[in-house]
Design a protein around this ligand. Structure first.
Ligand code: UDP
Length: 371
């Protein structure tokens, strides 16, 4: 059984590494990692923490001019790879342009698609773009939906997908956390800090422009309290990085740091007093580790952390961000009450369930090397 695992971005590499390892541990299964070229350096760096590397890397131009060009280049690149190497199954993860193009290329070629982290849906009719469009589209091409939570499985059932096509696997990000736990962080940008540490990330497309500026303005005001430090892990996208530099580089209690290695970043999430983020993966990780979390979005397709009490959904209004953080810093008991590890995202063994389901479902596919 030959399985092509398609990764393009940092979260895909982190969340599919455990799946690649679990598949490779099974006799008679070959698992190839194909890197779409969406964020090749990041994807390779994250895979390396799991002792993995891409078996194939699509050669995209260094900066494509928007989602349509990116998706179309990846679609044709993956079509060629599928025709050349003929996997029996293609695995995609999440909601990126890579996952969408990979699923579509497989569907066009008649190769079954496994969707990891399937069934995430925003609770209201807003459809955060482009992620929700991608994941809803991918569902249409998917033979096996690996739902990370009960809610995600229910969402798929409600959309009419057959129970036999849905595996309630857990989220593989919890497996990734477990696997990297023994690694020692390479460096700690804030080892000397003694006061409350706020870890901030913001990069989602829906946050670009006014919301991002409001987040930066809120960080500036919070830093002026002089009793907390803000570590802002700035996304390298030039539009975002320049705004953060313009608005915050003269602010002594805000440290603008470049993206961190996975063990280093998780070390920061563990030790942070509070995490502010719009990232999907960081929402899951912080909630699972029990680090209080304010979600800088108007809606989330990961409500489990909010329901567990570890997370609050606060949006991107400057006043609301400042008031929400102040309320927690000024009331340590409320903050302490949010330190509840959320168990809903999984038990750390999702990848094994996914690998077992793939091996069982496609057991009659050709033997490795059998052509
Ligand atoms: N992450 C990391 N270093 C960083 C920031 C994030 O390793 O400096 C990891 C984080 O732990 C999570 C993933 O990257 O597993 C999230 O990626 P991102 O926020 O880019 O994507 P999203 O989860 O929103 O799709």
């Amino acid at each position: 059984l030959a399985v092509a695992i398609i990764v393009g971005t940092r979260p895909e590499a982190i969340k599919l590494a455990p799946v690649a390892l679990a598949l490779r541990a099974r006799p008679g299964v070959e698992a190839w990692i194909w890197c779409s070229g969406q964020h090749p350096a990041w994807a390779s760096e994250m895979l390396a923490y799991f002792d993995l590397q891409p078996d194939l890397l699509l050669d995209l131009p260094p900066r494509s001019t928007g989602l349509a060009q990116l998706a179309s280049l990846m679609l044709s690149g993956m079509q060629a790879a599928i025709e050349d190497l003929r996997p029996d199954v293609v695995v995609v993860q999440g909601d990126t342009a890579t996952a969408f193009a990979g699923a579509l290329a497989a569907a066009y070629a008649g190769v079954p698609v496994v969707h990891v982290e399937a069934g995430l849906r925003s609770s209201d009719r807003r459809m955060p773009f482009p992620e929700e469009a991608h994941r809803r589209a991918i569902a249409q091409f998917t033979a096996l939906h690996c739902a990370p939570t009960l809610k995600a499985a229910d969402a798929l059932l409600a959309e009419g997908f057959a129970p036999g096509e849905i595996l309630e696997s857990g989220n593989t990000v919890i497996d990734a956390l477990r696997l990297i736990a023994p690694l020692t962080p390479a460096n700690d940008p804030v080892s000397e800090l003694g006061c409350p540490l706020i870890l901030l990330t913001c990069h989602r497309r829906e946050s670009w422009g006014a919301p991002y500026r409001a987040v930066c303005a809120a960080a500036r005001r919070l830093a002026s309290r002089n009793d907390c430090e803000i570590v802002f892990v700035v996304h390298p996208n030039p539009e975002l990085a320049q705004v953060a530099r313009d608005l915050l580089s003269d602010c002594p209690r805000v440290r603008l740091v470049p993206p961190l290695g996975y063990p280093d970043f998780m070390h920061m999430v563990r030790r942070a007093t509070l995490v502010l983020t719009d990232s999907g993966g960081v929402q899951e990780e912080a909630a699972a580790l029990g680090t209080p979390l304010l979600i800088l979005r108007d809606t989330t397709e990961r409500p489990e952390g909010v329901e567990a009490g570890t997370a609050r959904l606060i949006g991107t209004d400057e006043e609301v961000i400042v008031a929400s953080v102040q309320a927690l810093l000024d009331h340590p008991a409320t903050l302490a009450a949010m330190r509840i590890p959320c168990t809903q995202y999984g038990d750390g063994f999702a990848a094994e369930r996914i690998a077992a389901a793939i091996a069982a479902r496609w057991k009659d596919a050709r033997a490795p090397g059998g052509g």
